[in-house]
Design a protein around this ligand. Structure first.
Ligand SMILES: CC(C)(COP(=O)(O)OP(=O)(O)OC[C@H]1O[C@@H](n2cnc3c(N)ncnc32)[C@H](O)[C@@H]1OP(=O)(O)O)[C@@H](O)C(=O)NCCC(=O)NCCS
Length: 320
């Protein structure tokens, strides 16, 4: 039976989360961590639960829109789990049906869902519901003995300073534009201020790494890394870009190896990043550097004209 998610389910949901997502980009095996993560999303957006004989067998929740009228609804890894029972696939399908009705009812027609790469059953289940792979989060171990890769001749790597902000912003915008090309075909976000703010925070915050590559005084590359907010003992690379003219010459590899050196110095065991699956250059680059996929973000885009075809969806009259 699918019902709205209630307070009474919080504890069982944390147990389910810790028991089912044993891999992926999150440390979820610890029930205490799982409990905190469930408490963080509970009550903030639409959520549904599957109940059998009074016990919770699954749940699915989506975050609230980040901006008013946002059409994308995200289901992060701590926001779904299903008991490993023979009816797991059917339960996930019913949970998604109930959640999708609620999301469409509030105008959210782009649904994303994070799932561990090796949970093949869940990946197939969502493929069969019309999802595809949008982004990949991968990790690799920090190899302490590895020598840094030297940048190409004429290029030097250095820590970024406030004076680099405009140059770094230009590189980050170039990266956004790069993603508009096929087969990624992702539009540049209408508001680019958050990118500038992210760079500014990375400059100002202790514990983050912000490096630039410079060729005869001109910025050609950028990399930003910080402790991973979800996986203990890991660092994460947030922004990585090399300007078009300087690509395929080893600048990107040198920047990543410098991150690895920094991560080793900070005592991290692993580092990772996320990339668009359809980005052929990025995908080859990260996999070539040993990133092993741990988590997919699956995505499904719904034709919003369905609201015109079904009045219940445009009036928010959705069950449960
Ligand atoms: C991805 C990127 C950061 C790599 O930097 P780079 O300086 O070009 O990388 P390197 O010269 O060190 O190349 C390392 C590997 O990347 C891959 N690569 C680089 N350019 C490539 C290209 N044009 N086509 C396919 N693979 C490519 C190759 O696997 C290459 O290894 P190889 O030289 O042994 O073949 C840079 O090309 C870039 O910014 N590209 C556009 C935006 C992007 O995808 N950024 C990554 C964010 S997810």
């Amino acid at each position: 039976m699918i019902v709205p998610f209630e307070d009474a389910f919080v504890e069982q949901a944390a147990d389910l989360l810790a028991a089912t997502h044993t891999t992926g980009a999150l440390d979820l095996a610890d029930v205490g961590v799982a409990r905190r993560l469930v408490a963080r999303w509970h009550g903030s957006g639409p959520a549904v639960a599957a109940v059998r004989d009074g016990a919770l067998t699954g749940f699915m929740a989506a975050g609230p829109p980040r901006t008013p009228g946002e059409r994308r609804a995200r289901v992060h890894l701590p926001q779904h789990a299903c008991a490993r029972r023979p009816d797991r696939r059917a339960t996930y399908r019913s949970l998604y049906a109930a959640l999708a009705a609620r999301l469409a009812g509030i105008g959210a027609y782009e649904h994303t869902l994070a799932v561990p790469v090796d949970d093949h059953e869940t990946v197939s289940c969502f493929f069969e519901l019309g999802f595809g792979v949008d982004r990949i989060r991968g990790f690799r171990p920090v190899t302490r003995a590895q020598a840094p890769a030297p940048p190409p001749r004429g290029t030097r790597l250095r820590t970024a300073t406030a004076g680099d902000l405009d140059g770094m912003f230009a590189l980050a915008v170039e990266l956004q534009r790069f993603h508009t090309a096929p087969p990624v075909l992702r539009p540049v976000p209408p508001d680019l201020r958050p990118i500038r703010e992210r760079l500014w925070t990375a400059l100002a915050e202790d514990g983050q790494l912000l490096l630039v590559a410079e060729e005869y005084g001109r910025l050609t590359g950028l990399i930003q890394a910080a402790p991973d907010g979800h996986r203990l003992g890991a660092a994460t690379i947030g922004i990585a870009a090399v300007t078009a003219r300087s690509r395929s010459a080893g600048v990107g590899t040198a920047l990543v190896r410098a991150v690895e050196e920094w991560a080793a110095g900070c005592g991290f065991d692993a580092y990772g990043t996320e990339w668009s699956s359809a980005n052929q250059i990025g995908d080859a680059f990260w996999r070539g550097l040993g990133m092993v996929p741990a988590q997919y973000t699956l995505a499904r885009l719904i034709d919003s004209r369905v609201a015109w075809a079904d009045a219940r969806l445009s009036q928010g009259r959705t069950a449960p």
